[in-house]
Write a protein that binds this ligand. Structure first.
Ligand code: NAI
Length: 248
């Protein structure tokens, strides 16, 4: 038994990558972990592997989000930790560091809409569906998996690392919007003791960047888990990486 043993956590997009590693580490802390996945079989396989339970969850599908929230309510009656991890780049198996189809001058608007649907509107949909359950937990935590690519401070620094990458009108702005939402949710929920933070996991070896990242999913998940298990004196409305605060 420890302080986390009685907690219930939901991780979206948990069948692989950083989400799966996050689920595994939260389970290792003693939490009961619900792995959200669009594909039931992949969800069940990942849940069996990390010692959690699976729920079908497509963050872009309102009925799916409602059904998942209902299932967690019936099964557990509350939620202590929500990790909004599900995300797409919009460029398929091309790493965001190489994607030329997101250049602002030529981007396909439907692609931008699809990216925002998952990365931004999905966060709002899932958070709002789960908030009634989070409010029943003694110390609720919300972690939004953002990206250094969403940092306006880094992107607008002419000598910064991001200006060497192709400009993006889809993925990067979607993560900037996630950061903005994080601040707004934190401001609304501060009085209720719900801590809401955004994280930059670093450049992690997963499908999303065609396995060009240099960190393991477990290394990328570490900061997510740290923010998901914050004590009562923890920050809210911040943006953090493994090294500490990330500039907005
Ligand atoms: P991944 O491609 O391995 O995992 C993404 C997960 O999201 C998958 O489980 C996928 O099925 C799920 N997903 C996509 N659309 C969904 C939807 N509509 N509903 C539910 N689930 C959906 O990639 P990775 O790297 O694990 O990405 C996880 C998060 O980390 C994403 O939000 C990504 O933007 C973020 N991130 C990743 C970085 C990296 O270097 N890998 C760097 C910075 C941020």
């Amino acid at each position: 038994m420890n302080e986390h043993t009685q907690k219930v956590a939901l991780v979206t997009g948990a069948n692989k990558g950083i989400g799966r590693a996050t689920a595994e580490q939260l389970a290792a802390l003693g939490m009961t972990v619900v792995l959200g996945a669009r594909d039931p079989q992949r969800g069940e396989e990942a849940a069996a592997a990390v010692g959690g339970v699976a729920v079908v969850l497509d963050v872009t599908d309102a009925a799916s989000v409602r059904a998942a929230a209902r299932w967690i309510d019936e099964r557990f009656g509350r939620l202590d930790v929500l990790v909004n991890n599900a995300g797409i780049t919009g460029s398929g198996p091309v790493s965001p560091t190489d994607a030329l189809d997101q250049l602002p001058s030529s981007v396909d608007l439907d692609m931008v809409r699809a990216v925002f649907e998952t990365n931004v509107f999905g966060v709002i949909a899932v958070t709002n569906a789960l908030l009634p359950l989070l409010r029943r937990a003694p110390a609720p935590r919300i972690v939004n998996v953002s990206s250094g690519a969403g940092s306006l401070a880094l992107a607008s620094d002419p000598d910064g690392p991001l200006t060497r990458l192709p400009a993006s009108a889809a993925y990067s702005p979607s993560k900037t919007a996630v950061n903005a939402l994080t601040v707004q949710y934190a401001n609304e929920l501060r009085k209720d003791g719900i801590l809401v933070n955004a994280v930059s996991p670093g450049f992690v070896d997963t499908d999303i960047n065609n396995h060009t990242g240099y960190l393991t999913p477990a290394q990328g998940a570490a900061v997510v888990v740290r923010l998901a298990s914050l004590g009562a004196d923890g920050p809210t409305g911040g943006f953090f990486g493994e090294e500490g605060s990330v500039p907005w």
